[in-house]
Design a protein around this ligand. Structure first.
Ligand SMILES: Nc1ncnc2c1ncn2[C@@H]1O[C@H](COP(=O)(O)OP(=O)(O)OP(=O)(O)O)[C@@H](O)[C@H]1O
Ligand SMILES: [Mg+2]
Length: 263
């Protein structure tokens, strides 16, 4: 039976391109390789849901909150919150702001970090890849995202401060691997928001490439105004502006991910 590879996109730092990476990795795997992909929105900001479905994503009757809490008389399965996007093969398990309530309520549950891992079960056989988009925090929702991961991708801006934060990200991942998820593997760091004319960006990229502890992807996502525009059109960048430089790098990135996962 088919079993999806679960990839979590993580960095505790905000605005580094996690959601853009999750959405375009999934879209790239669908478009380039014919894979069936599910993006699981684990951020109460619900940016992945909106980026893939447009503003109507917030009108969903049931969301990841209901799946994680499973409070009512009827069992809510992840398949109840999976919505197909306009790209064939690409779906999203939607979230909204109420997901932050789930974070609070899960605190008192037994094995509270492992709830998402269990919830993904019914979707595993329907997809080739499940890509989890995390919030910019190290709260319980994010720990659930990491505990469910087989692979982790770390988007990191090509900037000095982001690079410093990366050491902390790697420490956290080592801790999660030791305590929660021994099978988890860090696939690598994806340099994002690279501005080729910036000396500081180039220096940061060189430093990243010299890191010994972690693989750094060949793809480097440039700063690109098309990447900023895509979410408001409810489509991935790869569909919205396939000719853009950032879309090309996301396609390259998807190819690297698939090679690492299958290799
Ligand atoms: N390569 C890029 N070039 C220009 N803008 C980008 C690029 N990638 C992402 N952005 C924009 O930067 C902002 C933050 O990106 P994104 O939402 O992907 O980051 P994030 O890490 O998920 O943020 P958060 O921590 O809030 O969840 C968004 O407005 C997005 O459109
Ligand atoms: Mg995000």
């Amino acid at each position: 039976m088919n079993s999806a590879t679960i990839i979590t996109v993580f960095n505790h730092k905000g605005g580094v391109g996690k959601t853009t990476t999750a959405v375009n990795l999934a879209a790239g795997l669908c478009l380039g390789y014919g894979k069936r992909c599910l993006v699981v929105d684990m951020d109460p900001q619900a940016n992945a849901s909106r980026a893939l479905l447009g503003i109507e994503a917030t009108d969903a009757q049931q969301t990841m909150r209901d799946v994680l809490l499973n409070e009512g008389p009827v069992n809510r399965s992840i398949v109840d919150v999976v919505v197909k996007t306009s790209l064939p093969g690409l779906s999203v398990a939607v979230a909204d702001l109420s997901l932050s309530e789930a974070e609070l309520k899960l605190t008192s549950r037994m094995s509270r970090e492992l709830v998402l891992r269990e919830c993904l079960g019914p979707a595993i056989s329907s997809f080739d890849f499940i890509v989890i988009d995390c919030a910019p925090s190290l709260g319980l929702l994010t720990l659930n995202g990491l505990a469910a991961a087989q692979e982790v991708v770390i988007p990191c801006e090509t900037q000095f401060l982001s690079l410093r934060g990366l050491r902390y990200v790697l420490d956290v991942l080592n801790l999660v691997k030791a305590r929660l998820n021994p099978a988890m593997r860090v696939l690598g760091v994806l340099p994002t928001k690279f501005y080729v004319l910036s000396k500081a960006n180039n220096e940061a990229l060189d430093c990243m490439r010299n890191l010994k502890q972690v693989h750094v992807f060949e793809a480097v996502v440039p700063r690109d105004v098309r990447a900023e525009e895509a979410p408001s059109h409810g489509r991935s960048l790869i569909e919205y502006a396939p000719e853009s430089r950032a879309a090309a790098q996301y396609r390259k990135f998807a190819g690297e991910v698939i090679a690492l996962c299958q290799g």
